[in-house]
Design a protein around this ligand. Structure first.
Ligand code: NDP
Length: 464
């Protein structure tokens, strides 16, 4: 599927997880590939998302570790946190990873173009830095997304998003965060752990819509117990900058909160503005995301899109998977649809959430009967540490087939557990097969194979 009259067989716009994978794989197959990136290689995940976030999660966990140490006989001396040092160390690590991303693309034989690229036709791309236009047989749009700047909020220009949160000059003594999704919850815990006074404002009844209700409730309680102020069923109505540089965050309920920073974490928007989609015949949806079919093909037959720009599942491994499927479709004569069934995911809150498959509420709608196995207990480490936090594990089982259709964990290392549980749930294992697996003692995870009796059953959606 190539035409030698073009400058390139494949042109990739965007050097994030999806774009880099597509470019590398195609180049390794001997295709003439170029990849354009306007900023830094690595995309949201490496530069301003998953990776720096996780490093900051680690940093923020030390405050509790120092407290917990006393129960194990340690006395910890004076504790001092240096924000500038954390940011500098984190930036150095991101730079190292960025270099690896670039090197891998080069090693594969793809040409790197450090420029913004815009579509000017179905086969033509303009490099805005030089004004040069190049042509390609196939094009992949992998430009990702960016934080929604909330233009409807008076004073939104005073607010930061996760982008700026990674580069603040100092740790804000008090911060107000708007949103109840992944980013809002993760950053509320990061800032709290580092010593900020945090208020989380969420418009819905309970944070983390879409996750299992039990787990949402447990995390909410744990965050409040730590000292994070959570305001549900409220929102920001205005943000005003005060003469001293601080901010007033006005809530819809009428209250005014004093803050050093106000952070917006209300979802992300596709980076399709001025990309030339219209000129190339690429249709966008009402939110600006690129519309694709099951094979990631846009409305222009030779233009494809992968990753966050399509608003499917905004997760790094999903973007990489979409790119791998696209390469099979394009160059292996094997049309391959990405598989979105049972994708494990984690929220790096404190404690963490790790989850795969259906929630209790989703299973109640999908199956006539559902068995719920639920264990709530104090993790062993919390005995001597004196920390009151509990761990929650939950298996959701289809009553008729006994297949485990959902697994949800709230507690230390829940993300690590969800990855392994993902194998079992994806493989369609039954509860009997979980029970037949020997427990590994002493671990928290052994609960997952020792919950022999259902905690309760749902029939026709109702608890019996
Ligand atoms: P999410 O979609 O997770 O959450 C957005 C939140 O903002 C929701 O609580 C939503 O409320 C709320 N919201 C939306 N619009 C408004 C508005 N106008 N006013 C007030 N509140 C609003 O988005 P995030 O920005 O947190 O993260 C973006 C995506 O990045 C995630 O969906 C996820 O796919 C990915 N991500 C994954 C991570 C991980 O894997 N650990 C970590 C971080 C991000 P409501 O629920 O009512 O719609």
């Amino acid at each position: 599927m190539t035409d030698g009259s073009y400058d390139y067989d494949l042109f990739v716009i965007g050097g994030g997880s999806g774009g880099v994978r597509a470019a590398r794989r195609a180049a390794m197959l001997g295709k003439r590939v170029a990849i354009a990136e306007e900023y830094r290689f690595g995309g949201t995940c490496v530069i301003r998302g998953c990776v720096p976030k996780k490093l900051m999660v680690y940093a923020s966990q030390f405050s509790e570790s120092f407290e917990d140490a006393a129960g194990f006989g340690w006395s910890v001396g004076e504790r001092k946190f240096d924000w500038a040092q954390l940011i500098a160390n984190k930036d150095r690590e991101i730079e190292r990873l960025e270099g690896i991303y670039r090197a891998n693309v080069e090693k594969a034989g793809a040409q790197i173009l450090m420029s913004r690229a815009e579509l000017v036709g179905p086969h033509e791309i303009r490099l805005t830095d030089s004004g040069r236009t190049v042509t390609a047989d196939q094009i992949v749009i992998a430009v990702g997304g960016r934080a929604n700047p909330h233009p409807g909020l008076p004073g939104a220009e005073h607010c930061i998003t996760s982008n700026e949160a990674f580069h603040l000059k100092r740790l804000p003594p008090a911060i107000v965060i708007l949103g109840g999704g992944y980013i809002a919850v993760e950053f509320a815990n990061i800032f709290h752990g580092l010593g900020s006074q945090v208020t989380l404002v969420y418009r819905g009844k309970e944070i983390l819509q879409g996750f299992d209700d039990d787990i949402r409730h447990e995390l909410h309680q744990a965050m409040v117990t730590k000292g994070i102020d959570i305001r549900c069923e409220d929102t920001l109505s205005e943000v005003i900058q005060k003469p001293d540089g601080r901010f007033e965050a006005h809530l819809a309920c009428g209250e005014i909160l004093d803050a050093y920073e106000v952070m917006l974490a209300i979802g992300r928007k596709a980076n399709t503005e001025n990309l030339g989609c219209e000129a190339a015949g690429v249709t966008l949806d009402s939110r600006g995301a690129v519309v694709v079919d099951a094979y990631s093909r846009t409305s222009a037959p030779n233009i494809w899109a992968v990753g966050d720009v399509t608003h499917r599942l905004q997760l790094t491994p999903v973007a990489i998977h979409e790119a791998m499927c696209l390469i099979r479709t394009l160059y292996h004569d094997d049309p391959t649809e990405p598989d979105y069934d049972t994708v494990p995911t984690a929220v790096f809150s404190q404690p963490e959430i790790g989850t795969v498959g259906l929630t209790e509420a989703q299973a109640a709608k999908a199956f006539a009967s559902v068995d719920i196995y639920r264990a709530s207990f104090k993790p062993m480490k919390n005995t001597l540490s004196g920390r009151q936090e509990r761990m929650l594990m939950k298996l959701v089982v289809d009553g008729s087939t006994q297949r485990v259709v959902g697994a949800h964990v709230f507690g230390p290392d829940a993300g690590e557990l969800a990855q392994v549980l993902g194998v079992a749930v994806k493989a369609g294992l039954t509860k009997d097969q979980f029970d037949a697996t020997m427990a590994l003692h002493p671990t928290a995870a052994e609960e997952l194979v020792t919950m022999y009796e259902p905690s309760y059953r749902l029939e026709g959606g109702d608890r019996v």
